[in-house]
Design a protein around this ligand. Sequence first.
Ligand code: ADP
Length: 344
Amino acid sequence: MIRFENVTKRYRGTKRPALAGVDFEIQRGEFVFLVGASGSGKSTCLQLILREEVPSAGRVAVLGRDLRSLANRKVPYFRRHIGSVFQDFRLLSTKTVFQNVAFTLQVTGSSRGFIQQAVPEALALVGLDGKEKRMPHELSGGEQQRVAIARALVNRPQVLLADEPTGNLDPATSVDIMQLLARINAGGTTVLMATHEAAFVDQMQRRVIELRDGEMVRDEVHGGYGDRSMIPQLVPEQERGAAATAALTAVQAVQRQTESLEPLTVEMIASMKAARNAAAVPATQTAPDADAAAPESTPAAEPAATGPRTHPIVLPDVDVAELGVADRLGLSDGRDDEEVGPTS
Ligand code: ADP
């Protein structure tokens, strides 16, 4: 489904290659973590998969297609088979939840009937039914990421690329999002997630591909995070305790509500998140609570009274540039979809 064959990527004007001789194959239906310190080459891998970049040497094949032979004009259609979610959600701030999810379908010319069916389905999948009329600022950070996931899935892609999807979320919400990604994967979607979240990687025991300075140093079927030396440590002690306690409480609350995964290693998640939260404030400041690093504090409006499936489709004034991810959503031009070749 995704194959890297001895892939090297050198960016212009740089001495060291961003990727050097990287070789792996991801099968349909796998859940794979891509881990490594900042600058190790994770984003470059995702960009190569989306053909935002091309290798300097070697071969990348995605969905049964050698990307070297993919004509530029077919790239937007190819990208519609791949869903992407990001650390910063990238929602259209002036559009409702429904419009955000419908946006790609509208721009690519899907029928009203399909949109009416597909958008509520995608929102139900991510647990957001009833919130179609809300604006992004009326949602918590976790809910915003769910909208972004619904948007990524509404085209029913075979692959979901997630680039640090929990990086802006508090511990409890991160657990929710991880469980959602695991559920999406259980439904057959291949998931490749770039992350620093050691707790999730260790807990989920899925395949781990680790990069270090552009080289693949590990490919383990049931891996853990491995080298934690890049994870920030906390000072002073008092802050670590307070932050960890807040995070632990939040994670435990979520654990009581969920049965879909094996119990998470609470201490790992709490200490990781607390480490990040506390590292984000000056040492003299009071320790942050579990929500400190997350955009979760916006008060949510009451849900709209209208039921989800009767929501009228309003074509938004499309400003593709506003989205900032037009290429990744396959919106580089407005023509109808087209086959990109055999998929595997
Ligand atoms: P990660 O996602 O793991 O942080 P990246 O793939 O972003 O790593 O970066 C890998 C290396 O390539 C880094 O040294 C980075 O500075 C370099 N790099 C990434 N993108 C570019 C670019 N567009 N131009 C030049 N160098 C880049």
